[in-house]
Structure formats: C-alpha cells, structure tokens
Design a protein around this ligand. Structure first.
Ligand code: FMN
Length: 313
C-alpha cells in the first residue's frame, strides 16, 4: 500500500519532513503545505527555501498551490518545474476564513464555471510540459451534494490523483468524514482517488478498507501521523506498537533543529507545544508533566519536564 503524508501548514515543513523521513521512512509521497502565489511573486523566499530540492533530498515531495487565478497557478508551476518538480497539487479544500474570503481553497468549489475555466487553463499548460497536476478537494463549500457536480467537472480533466477529504467547509476538521460521498467518488470518478480523513489508528484504516469494496490505496494521513508517528509503520505491517525510541529521536531532532533556526526560547517552545498537543495522547499517566512542558517558558524548564515524560517509557 502507498501512504501519503498530508500537508499541515506550520508543521510539515522541510525540517519536519527530513527528520521524519530519516527516522521512520515508509512514506510514498509528502505533500508540502500550500504556497499562495500573488501578482508580485510565485512564492515567498521562505516558501522557496522550504521547497528547494537540496532541502528535501531523497524525499518524494509534491508542492501544493493555493489560488483561484490560473495565471498565478501557472507562474508558480513554471517556477516549480524549473526547480525540478514534475507534479504539483491544487488546494481546493482549505477552510480558513482568510483564504475563503479571497475565493480560494474550499471557497472556489461552488464557483463551478470559474473553476472549470481555471482547470481548462492549468491542464492546457500541464499538457505543454508533461507536468502532473493532482487535486486535493473537499466535497463542497455549503453542501456535500455539491460533490456530484464536482465529480463530473473533475472527470473532464486528467487529474493525476484526486485526493478527497470528505467534509464540507463548515465541518473544518471536526466530526465524522462523510464516507458515503467517497463511496460515490469510487463509483463515478474517472480519475485515480486518494482518501484522506480521520485515520488515527490501524483499526480506522482497516474499518475503512472493509467499508469500501475496492479498498483504500493510496491513503493520505495527516493528524494521525503527527499524533502517532509510528502509524505508517503500523499500517504497512512494520510494527504493531508505537516505537518510543524512534519517537524520542524525532522529538530530539526537531527540538535541536528548531533551536538552530529560531530564537528566543519561547518561539521554539511554541513550536514544540503545537506538536505536544498532538503527541500527548500517546502518554497516558503523564498528564502533569505534559502540562508542565506545555507551560515552559525556558529550555531548562522544558527539558526537565520532558525528562520526566520519558521516565519509565
Ligand atoms: C494545522 C493544519 C494545517 C493544514 N494545512 C494544510 C495545507 O497547507 N494544505 C492542505 O491541503 N491541507 C491542509 N490541512 C488539511 C490536512 O492536509 C488534512 O486534509 C486534514 O488534516 C484531514 O486529514 P487527517 O484527518 O488525516 O488529519 C491542514 C490541517 C491542519 C489541522
């Protein structure tokens, strides 16, 4: 089976991807958090740094573009092509208020005529240079039934992979994914499909796999892989239990690398806090120590609390 690492803005940067890939591996593709091209530039210096091939050596990386203007998409795709990428991904799912206010992400989904024109333009460009464009989409903006028309529209284009997160915009990332719509896609999509949403444990995957007669392969994992970095190993049958030695290595690598590029302490600790908000579920009985490390303002306090978390593990 193939496992794709979902893009998580602010988390799955090249620092994280390199650390994760070196320690765990077994990821078939990483999708980078979106870049948002403008009339001024296809990507910011920081976005470029994150995507530079030398910062992602040995990693199968797909950059993601968030825009509703085909000329901006094509400018960014050309730039990415020049950097050596032969696949880019279109973000049609971002639910954030600032993104949707600009008609991008999930807010582009109900604009079906404009969307069709946009796809016409970008796939015409892709055909000129043999570039693959995959799409990551929600079911719709207002209503999941928007998905029926969207599948028809998507069927008119050679989408290299259609990654479906079966929620609508107002669901954000909460509640049960609307799996019956993914079943509809399996029946009606002409494009290869990838399922994404709420796979946090091996059982979640096997339940879904049993639900859909065709099985789920590839599958895209996001929060589940952050919360339990051994999840890909578990799904691929390399391990049954969470590997805490690898986990500690991941933690220590990220903590060290963030210290190299960030200061003061508190900024690094904010980064670690975000990760611990996912990781804490792995550490039953360590709630007090985790509370302390989440409150730490200096490395010394954090280090002491982390040592206590490791005790006995
Ligand atoms: C903090 C955060 C940042 C995200 N950033 C992106 C992004 O840059 N591009 C994107 O397509 N999806 C983004 N997503 C959505 C995830 O890629 C994924 O679709 C979502 O988390 C559902 O999958 P999961 O249940 O496996 O986590 C983000 C989600 C979260 C929680």
């Amino acid at each position: 089976m193939k496992i794709y690492f979902a893009p998580l803005e602010g988390i799955t940067t090249h620092i994280f991807r390199n650390a994760y890939d070196g320690i765990y591996g077994h990821i078939d593709k990483y999708f980078a958090p979106f870049i948002s091209p403008s009339d001024k530039c296809p990507m910011t210096p920081r976005e470029r740094k994150d995507l530079l091939p030398e910062n992602n050596a040995g990693i199968a990386l797909v950059p993601q573009i968030l825009t509703c203007k085909s000329e901006f998409f094509i400018d960014a795709a050309k730039e990415l092509r020049a950097m050596g990428y032969n696949e880019v991904n279109l973000n049609l799912g971002c639910p954030s208020g600032t993104v949707c206010a600009k008609g991008k992400g999930a807010a582009f989904l109900p604009e079906t005529l404009a969307l069709q024109g946009f796809l016409d333009d970008i796939y015409s460009y892709a055909a000129t240079c043999d570039m693959k464009i995959s799409v990551k989409t929600r079911l719709g903006y207002f209503n999941p039934d928007e998905f029926y028309d969207l599948v028809d529209i998507f069927n008119g284009f050679p989408i290299s992979e259609l990654i479906v997160h079966p929620r609508i915009r107002s669901d954000f990332y909460k509640g049960e994914p609307r799996k019956e719509y993914f079943a509809y896609a399996l029946e009606h999509s002409k494009n290869p499909l990838v399922y994404n949403g709420n796979i946090f444990a091996a059982k979640d995957y096997s339940d879904l796999n049993n639900l859909f007669a065709t099985g789920l392969d590839p599958v895209m994992l996001g929060r589940g892989l952050i919360s339990d970095p051994s999840l890909a190993d578990k799904l691929k049958g390399f391990s049954v239990e969470t590997d805490f030695a690898k986990f500690r290595k991941l933690h220590d690598t990220l903590y060290r690398e963030y210290q190299e590029i960030m200061s003061p302490d508190i900024n690094v600790l904010y980064k670690m806090r975000e990760l611990w908000s996912y990781w804490q579920a792995l550490f039953d009985g360590k709630e007090r120590d985790i509370k302390r490390l989440l409150k730490a303002k200096k490395y010394a306090e954090y280090d002491e609390a982390v040592e206590r978390v490791w005790e006995g593990i």
